[in-house]
Write a protein that binds this ligand. Sequence first.
Ligand SMILES: Nc1ncnc2c1ncn2[C@@H]1O[C@H](COP(=O)(O)OP(=O)(O)OP(=O)(O)O)[C@@H](O)[C@H]1O
Ligand SMILES: N[C@@H](CCO)C(=O)O
Length: 321
Amino acid sequence: MAVFTPVSLDDLSGWITQFSLGKALAVKGISSGIENSNFFITTESGEYVLTLFEKLSFEQLPFYLELMRHLAQRNVLVPAPIPNRSGSIINALNGKPASIVTKLEGAYQPKPEPVHCAEVGAMLAKMHLAAQDFGIRQPNLRGLPWWRETAPVVLPYLDAGTQQMLRAEMQFQEDFAASEIYPQLPNGPVHADLFRDNAMFVGTRLTGFFDFYFAGCDTWLFDLAVTVNDWCIDLATGALDVARVQAMLDAYHAVRPFGAAEQQAWSAMLRAAALRFWLSRLYDFYLPRAAEMLTPHDPTHFERILRLRVNGAVPPLPGPN
Ligand SMILES: Nc1ncnc2c1ncn2[C@@H]1O[C@H](COP(=O)(O)OP(=O)(O)OP(=O)(O)O)[C@@H](O)[C@H]1O
Ligand SMILES: N[C@@H](CCO)C(=O)O
């Protein structure tokens, strides 16, 4: 259920006149997604996606939507927000902030192969470079300060052995963040949630990344680690698939070569990326919030991934050219 605020063709017909998109012809609710109300809309000028933001406010939205506009203008494959005739990309509809963005072609790839991972790696590097001069700064709101707040809240729900693992990983990440390596890692605006269901493909051609609503400023390597931990694993076990990891890392490196500090930080960053989603899934599982938690994601998936990243070897980043 992903339409919390309904929009009729009548509602849309009046509202759309502020855009240069022609008349509204159709509006259809999108059933996936748990954060916002999303619709495919058809106007005389084509197909678009309309989003009504259920939780994010007018003040919070510019970071995400202006980032998408910035990236789209630099040929990074992301949905482009459509401005109204006054240039505004966030406009109230049925009492909620709303935006129209271009519709990406294709579908998400549930079983990515090395060729898909290479496309994603190259575009991710391009995105990091293109976002460097983006003018609005917002930290990753699911970064270390949020882990510090959240770990004590979920700890009481875990058995003693799992509590011990979470405490140990928090300490490891505190030490890593305070190390000499950490400040040497390049950073900037990142997607921070680039799972396989947040990118579209037509065959093996990537058509774009979407769902930027966890974006924030963080290290580029963290973004890559989040991406590798979802795209390049066997979903059943969490084990890394070396061919997919290699394809993604090589393609990223070809666009934006890794530095020495990043090579040293890689294994710790894969752990950080696993910890971040383990914590959010634990929180959503044990402290559900009304309708959005009808089907909470399984936290043990990221607990398994974290154990593997702590105990197993990980393929290294490609070296200097
Ligand atoms: N620009 C786009 N082009 C094509 N399809 C899109 C676009 N934006 C969203 N969609 C479709 O709408 C669905 C829901 O969007 P999204 O995943 O952003 O939902 P959400 O509720 O905002 O977030 P979440 O994934 O966190 O629940 C996507 O799975 C995708 O199929
Ligand atoms: N990608 C997140 C969901 C939030 O977008 C997860 O799998 O836990």
